[in-house]
Design a protein around this ligand. Structure first.
Ligand code: ZN
Length: 372
């Protein structure tokens, strides 16, 4: 999935470190709450400027801690020859853009555990600084970071998918059952259960007047959404990657002349079942969507030919007969087209429409993935 609202900060070990826009929101909120209430409470009678400096340093160090947590996952992945493109830091933490290829349970287990274990190690380091140094301002900051890293480490070890602990849990289940879908299902139930507990605690906290109840509700809701979505992703991938392109490819399809006037195209096909058509000329190969005519005035339709409003095949991805429906699904999402040609040795063998992929998906969900 692409995160368009992220910007790249820098590159580390060949990995793009990105900041999601929601991170700023949490950074400002955290810095503010630390300077305005947390530090004044534990160290009274300092000036406002000092509190702000403490709040911002603590928030920045927490940001670095989360980054190091994600980096530990990623470096284990890289050591296992798995591609890591980016790490995105956002609202509730970070996500490593690790490619979604199927990995061995033992690899996923090590990768999942690396993050929380590193957070616990960081908690230990901050604890050592806390007890070793004599400066009470530094002590206040490092003891806060020690607590938070410990919380981050332990919370992430809870076996609720897609938390790290849930990934480790799924890896063990996968190793045991040899069935990724079943393993993910059980692990994501753990995630939903944890989400329910968080929401319950949040509601209880709000009713009893504790200040952070809303955070628990937000975190619980977010985790529930992630657990549901992550399981669905696994199901989608499994159904579609077991469907060969030939199962969803149409061999008979209308090919329109690239010289056809738009007005004629509109007259003949505006009420057709299909919206997207192949367009072919002497040297031109492309596809056209009837919706492209939507905003075009009638007078212009008389002078414009299909070639002018078609997408050239060079500008879109094409499928091969060896691809699966999952490849088509990814291309449809990435390139926002309604039709993809299946090419073999420079010739069009057939077409695959977005609808046929969706149809296959609904069918697979209803009747199971083993039906071919
Ligand atoms: Zn993690």
């Amino acid at each position: 999935m692409m995160m368009k609202s992220s910007s790249t900060l820098f590159r580390l070990f060949g990995i793009d470190i990105k900041l999601h826009i929601s991170w700023w929101f949490i950074f400002i909120l955290l810095g503010w709450s630390l300077s305005d209430s947390y530090f004044p409470q534990i160290l009274p009678n300092l000036d406002k400027y000092t509190y702000w400096l403490m709040g911002i340093s603590a928030a920045l160090l927490l940001f670095i801690s989360v980054l190091l947590h994600e980096l530990s996952h990623s470096l284990v992945a890289k050591a296992k020859k798995i591609k890591v493109e980016s790490i995105t830091l956002f609202f509730f933490g970070g996500v490593a853009g690790i490619s979604d290829e199927d990995m061995k349970p033992s690899v996923e287990l090590q990768m999942a555990l690396a993050g929380p274990l590193f957070s616990i190690l960081l908690a230990g380091i901050f604890h050592l600084i806390t007890i070793q140094n004599g400066n009470f301002i530094i002590t206040a900051i490092t003891s806060y970071l020690s607590q938070l890293n410990l919380t981050l480490g332990i919370f992430n070890l809870i076996p609720g998918f897609p938390l790290d602990g849930g990934r480790a849990f799924r890896a063990i289940l996968y190793w045991h059952y040899k069935d990724l879908r079943k393993a993910t299902y059980i692990a994501s139930m753990g995630g939903k259960f944890l989400a329910g507990v968080l929401i319950f605690v949040g509601i209880f906290g709000m009713l009893s007047g504790a200040g952070n109840g809303l955070w628990f509700i937000l975190l619980g809701g977010f985790l529930y959404f992630l657990a549901k979505m992550s399981y669905e992703q696994v199901v989608v991938k499994q159904i579609l990657s077991r469907t060969p392109i030939s199962k969803i490819m149409t061999k008979k399809f209308p090919v329109l002349s690239s010289q056809m006037k738009c007005i004629e195209f509109a007259r003949k096909y505006s009420s057709a079942e299909n919206n997207v058509f192949m367009v072919q000329g002497k040297t031109f190969h492309g596809i056209v969507d009837i919706h492209r005519l939507g905003a075009m005035p009638g007078s212009l339709q008389e002078t414009t030919i299909l070639e002018q409003i078609s997408l050239h095949l060079n500008s879109i991805k094409t499928l091969t007969p060896q691809d699966t429906a999952y490849t088509a699904f990814k291309y449809f999402n990435e390139y926002d087209v309604g039709l993809l040609p299946v090419m073999d040795a420079g010739k069009i063998k057939g077409i695959v429409t977005r609808n046929s992929v969706m149809h296959r998906l609904t069918w697979g969900m209803k009747f199971g993935i083993n039906v071919k």
